[in-house]
Design a protein around this ligand. Sequence first.
Ligand SMILES: [Zn+2]
Length: 337
Amino acid sequence: MAYLTRIPVGRIFGFWSRSFSSPIKNPFFSSTLSHVPSYKISTTAHYSSPSPSPPPPLSAAMNTQVFSSSSRWRPMCLYFTQGKCTQMDDPSHLEKFNHDCSKDLQVNGTDIEKKCSQNVDFLLVIDLEGKVEILEFPVLLIDAKSLSLVDFFHRFVRPTKMSEQAVNKYIEGKYGEIGVDRVWHDTAQPFKEVMQQFEAWLSQHNLWEKEKGSRLTRAAFVTCGNWDLKTKIPQQCEVSGIKLPPYFMEWINLKDVYLNFYGREARGMMSMMKQLEIPLLGCHHLGIDDSKNIARVLQRMLVDGALMQVTAKRNPGSQKVEFLFENRIQHPSRQRR
Ligand SMILES: [Zn+2]
């Protein structure tokens, strides 16, 4: 499998800790210009140490890394991902932060022809963050044929029903820990507004028409677990006083496809990555990074020949969710990853 380039783990983690200099020059954000904490990288060594009980050998392709990389790994500019970076002309900012989301999702071409043809043209990888209310809404649009990243949609989301004090405390704990609480505060918008922007984005890519109000036809959502679309989106829609959009009625739970395709169980993103020997990029539980890592698992499964099929459907009348795979991951606890 000469088409693949293995990325040395040390190069990916890089063990840097730089200050996240705010790219905001706009006076509107001037209060944010003082100190912006570092966007620290989790330096978990999951991929450098062998697993306690090594899994049985998988297919040959699975032992090889599908990703190529030509330069040092850098964290994404989280202002840029939301269309709000104003430092694109500053070389030192560009040196520190990645402004090309596709960089971590490049797949070398030769074996792409091996993969089977898919039922949809595009896959929308989504991985929400937030327990009480949604705090982050990242979606990656992947071409099901070329496996390349077509575009992405990323927004931090401001809760509507939580008190300001509770939000501040929560954000400090969740995003402060990885140094991105400042950018969250600078950019977060209410869920209702995020949904309007998301629908405009879907329409722009000819994936959905508001006037028709139908399900997605050319694309399908890909999630890691059922929580995102089964539980969290409907909950948040209720809190935000909006109707559950029709495009959220069905999805592909990657863990169920994984179980049926490889014949082995992986209970979360980290275990799928570990079993496939895909190094973790970025910060686990930063939604945009988790989405990328899930997309990397998806790309690998597609290269290995997996067919992405809808695994869960919501009945528009009863709202009951029907699971379409007989053999699926059952979660006794609330754990989703
Ligand atoms: Zn930037």
